[in-house]
Design a protein around this ligand. Structure first.
Ligand code: AMP
Ligand code: MG
Length: 429
């Protein structure tokens, strides 16, 4: 079943990103989305909304005082000091019948933060600018209409769409949902992401490695990244650098929603991942990107059905796969750059551009041109003084250096030298 060698398709970083984004958009547009499940608000963080969250009432539901003080008519405090009659006290949660029906001319009501501002009043003067003696209060600061009041419905009108389907829930979104939606939310099920590590030298973490063997770290870093990106990792056995065993495990992995392979995609004689996939009639979108680390990264899709006899039938489901270079830092970086956007789409999340920060470079960097580089770095310092510098490393196999880093400095492909003090793009991890 030997297949012709895969012709190399090495794209620029931008083109490779575009290809992934196009496929992510196709996933988002397709009817073939993940199933849904109901989750408690307490475990909803990071999940993707499958049903929109709509305001069941106005937010705020009443004109809300944002200060402790006195609800007044602003016209009454234009001449200072002003002395007003205190006709009531309104605390947060006050029963409606205890709230003065109207604040008339020359009147005020003592009011607390979060309490409803009564009719007639159009401003709240902070308690710091008042002194009450008996039933009268002296005001020493004027107020403009609306001051310290959030009008009813100003944050959201009743029936307004607060969070759309595809929104990945953070703590603010959970607070919003809690304020209108009860204790459960409908979210998409997490896509199952198969992780297939390849290499004759790789042993499981619990095994005692022989003198030339190394422990499998990639499956574990990938599992962490998959979870963070909203997927459910499924670790397969380590595949040997041999076609038959590799094909069997690839076939197993293609039954998941996404397959990630690590190792075996470079130019070595035993780098057999592309050949195995090609024999299984895979379609390749690219087989390399002009980046460092991670140049040999592969992206494609393959039919999860039967293999060997002819091309797959049209209606057989296709599973996306990535072949990530085996060097541990290459695996981590290529996940962040290419796998994450596709996985987010599979998870039902609406597309978003990855944010990059900018920081001043602490020390000069010199590199060769031609590749966009993502080099492990350390971002430190306060506020306007933040600075970033490369961590010393031994190349893309150096996990220890990368564990000390908290970000990556991004170096454009046409830059040979980045001077100290220059602003550089930073990709957070
Ligand atoms: P490869 O991409 O297969 O040529 O592997 C490149 C380098 O990454 C080699 O030094 C491998 O030993 C190492 N490597 C590959 N897979 C893993 C893994 N799962 N965990 C740790 N290191 C790995
Ligand atoms: Mg290998």
């Amino acid at each position: 079943m030997s297949a012709p060698p895969v012709s190399p398709m090495v794209l620029s970083f931008e083109d490779a990103c575009r290809v992934v984004e196009e496929q992510a958009a196709l996933i988002q547009a397709s009817v073939q989305v993940m199933g849904t499940e109901s989750v408690d608000l307490l475990s909803a963080a990071g999940r993707v909304l499958a049903t929109p969250v709509v305001a069941d009432r106005a937010i705020p539901p009443f004109p809300r005082s944002t200060r402790d003080g006195y609800a007044v008519r602003s016209a009454d405090v234009s001449q200072l000091p002003a002395t007003l009659d205190v006709i009531g006290e309104i605390k947060a949660g006050e029963k409606l019948e205890k709230i003065p029906a109207n604040i008339g001319r020359g009147q005020a009501a003592s009011i607390m933060t979060g309490a409803p501002v009564p009719a007639g009043a159009d401003a709240v003067v902070m308690v710091e600018y008042t002194s009450q003696r008996g039933a009268r209060v002296e005001i020493t600061k004027s107020a403009v209409p609306g001051e310290n009041i959030v009008p009813r419905g100003a944050e959201a009108r009743e029936g307004a769409l607060l969070l759309d389907r595809g929104f990945r829930l953070n703590e603010a979104a959970i607070a919003l949902a809690a304020s209108v939606a009860g204790s459960r939310l409908q979210v998409y099920q997490r896509p199952r992401v198969a992780v297939l590590t390849t290499g004759d030298e790789i042993v499981d973490v619990d095994a005692t490695p022989g003198p030339t063997q190394i422990r499998n770290s990639n499956s574990y870093s990938l599992a962490a990244q998959i979870r963070r990106a909203g997927g459910e990792p499924v670790l397969l056995s380590v595949a040997p650098d041999e076609l038959q065993g590799l094909r069997r495990l690839i076939a197993e992995g293609l039954n998941s929603d996404l397959l990630l392979l690590t190792g075996g995609v470079s130019m070595g004689r035993y780098d057999l991942v592309e050949q195995a996939l090609s024999e299984m009639h895979a379609e390749f979108f690219f087989t390399g990107a002009k980046i460092q680390p991670g140049r040999p990264v592969v992206f494609g899709r393959c039919c999860a059905g039967k293999f060997g006899a002819g091309t797959p039938a049209r209606d057989e489901p296709l599973t996306y796969f990535f072949g990530l270079p085996g060097n541990p830092v290459s695996t981590m970086v290529t996940f962040e750059l290419f796998v994450r956007p596709l996985l987010e789409a599979l998870a039902g999340q609406s597309p978003r551009k990855r944010p990059f920060l900018h920081a001043r470079l602490k020390k000069e960097i010199r590199v060769k041109t031609g590749l966009r580089r993502f080099l492990p770095a350390s971002l430190s310092g306060d506020f306007e003084q933040s600075e970033v510098e490369l961590v010393a490393w031994q190349g893309s196999g150096d996990i220890a250096a990368t564990a000390r880093a908290n970000c990556y400095i991004v170096i454009p492909p046409d830059r040979e030298c980045m001077a100290a003090g220059e602003w550089v793009a930073v990709m957070m991890r």
